[in-house]
Design a protein around this ligand. Sequence first.
Ligand SMILES: [Zn+2]
Length: 203
Amino acid sequence: MTSLICPHCKGYSTFSVVWADTTTYAKSGGESLYDSASRCNNPECKRVIGSWVKPDKEQIVDYWPRKVGGKEFLDVPEHIASTADEAHLCMSVGAHRGAIALARAVVEATAKHHGIEKGMLDKKIVEMAKQGVISDAMKDAADEIRFAGNEVAHADLAEEPITAADAEDVLELMDAVLTRVYQEPAQVARVRARRQERKGEQS
Ligand SMILES: [Zn+2]
């Protein structure tokens, strides 16, 4: 059995060959390799990859996809993190408009998570800045994500299409907002807690 980093669950896992086509094969270094499908043995995953295996079907020589897009956001609330992850997943398969629409949803969900529920997204972003949830720089970032999201939602199909580079910029802004709002404060809290632990402080 072969162990490799699973492109789906990102864990180091063994894979079992669940199917192999022994009638067609690729040649590699004078050896026949069968087209096959292999399943990740992580019980939480169990997803399948395409692979080339040696005739004994014990060893995976090559496999695909190598990488499935997506991104982990550890200190971000689950429902927001999964939406942000999906935005990156869209990006990895070239679904730029989907990526941008989801980035906009992430900004909206961040506002709601801070109890800001009233008004359209522009009002929510202003309110987040006013309450100090986001800085002025991050307010500008959130506004650009909102503009891009509006463009995607309402654009005339004849207009200039959003490019991969545009979408990538928008996702970078989304990541920056999540880093400032959730990840950095959580990291500061961890560092502080460890320092206080070392000093044996109570608070
Ligand atoms: Zn897996």
